[in-house]
Design a binder for this molecule. Structure first.
Ligand SMILES: [Zn+2]
Length: 301
């Protein structure tokens, strides 16, 4: 139960003690009775789950909920996601026209790497199921486990991408700091995450589709993500909203936030139908992508 968990008394990112309750009693997507609270740091604007979870808890959560037939959250939107991947590829290749060595953290089945033709492709994935799919294509370049356990030389990669994964991690500040070390001088970090400050989130409030503890432990906005990167010596290049394409059935899956309720029933009815496969263009600013480069001048000081 969430009540038994230790709670944060300060912001895990900026260490301010000025944290205020935002939403209480949020149901876990784990289909159990667990409840979580979300708090907001008034200093850096980060929103986060107040209850601390352990690496063992998360490992169990991911390896239980995404294997077997429970992988709809990852597989459902694969084809439409490629629309975003291609746009991201062209943004990255404007900065690295000669390509290079790329590391996709939380690479799932290697689907983004598949789009990055011509690059030296590496990935890391906690789920044994998905890392297995990625390994079939990229062999030893795929590491099964968390970034904390990943051992690699410093100054190794030209580009590191974190797409829909930083908000899942126990210690985002530690992750960003590790990415700094792994990147070559002037290397690029790309972070894609949900924007808790978008109008859509404000309207839906605690029912915003991205509020899915314990999958999402952190909820970023422009201020908190830029703050996190600057704290770790990155220079912000661009903060942007890249449009997405979603299948109609996926829209209902997102609203369902679990397998109970009317939205999930509609998703099930729609999922293999022509109607459910209709694609919707989405530019709600509910997802941001931020690009930042490793500033080595700070290392020399
Ligand atoms: Zn803070």
């Amino acid at each position: 139960m969430a009540e038994d968990k230790e709670e944060y008394i300060e912001c895990p990112m900026c260490h301010s003690k000025n944290i205020k309750p935002k939403w209480d009693n949020i149901r876990s997507i784990n289909q159990n009775d667990e409840r979580f609270s979300i708090v907001q740091c008034k200093s850096c604007n980060l929103y986060f789950i107040k209850q601390k979870v352990s690496p063992e808890y998360l490992n169990n959560f991911y390896n239980k909920s995404v294997n077997g037939d429970k992988n709809v959250y990852n597989d459902e939107n694969l084809e439409p996601l490629k629309f975003y991947y291609r746009k991201l590829k062209s943004c990255i290749e404007k900065i690295f026209p000669n390509k290079g060595k790329i590391f996709d953290i939380g690479c799932s089945g290697g689907y983004f790497l598949d789009v990055m033709e011509g690059w030296d492709r590496y990935g890391c994935e906690i789920s044994t199921y998905y890392s297995g799919i990625a390994s079939q294509k990229y062999g030893q370049n795929i590491f099964q486990g968390t970034l904390e356990d990943y051992e690699q030389n410093d100054n190794e990669f030209d580009v590191i991408t974190l797409q829909d994964c930083l908000d899942h991690m126990i210690d985002p500040a530690k992750i960003v700091s590790k990415c700094y070390k792994l990147l070559k001088p002037n290397g690029l970090i790309v972070i894609k995450a949900h924007n808790i400050d978008c109008l859509f989130a404000k309207i839906w409030n605690k029912n915003f589709y991205a509020i899915i503890p314990p999958a999402h432990l952190f909820y970023f906005n422009k201020k908190s993500i830029i703050n996190l990167l600057k704290l770790n010596n990155f220079n912000i290049q661009t903060y942007m909203y890249i449009p997405h394409i979603l299948k109609l059935s996926t829209v209902f899956l997102r609203f369902a936030k679990g397998e109970n309720g009317i939205s999930y029933k509609i998703y099930n009815k729609l999922k293999n139908t022509k109607l459910g496969k209709i694609c919707i263009y989405k530019d709600l600013h509910d997802i941001f992508t931020v690009f930042a480069t490793k500033d080595c001048r700070l290392d020399e000081k």
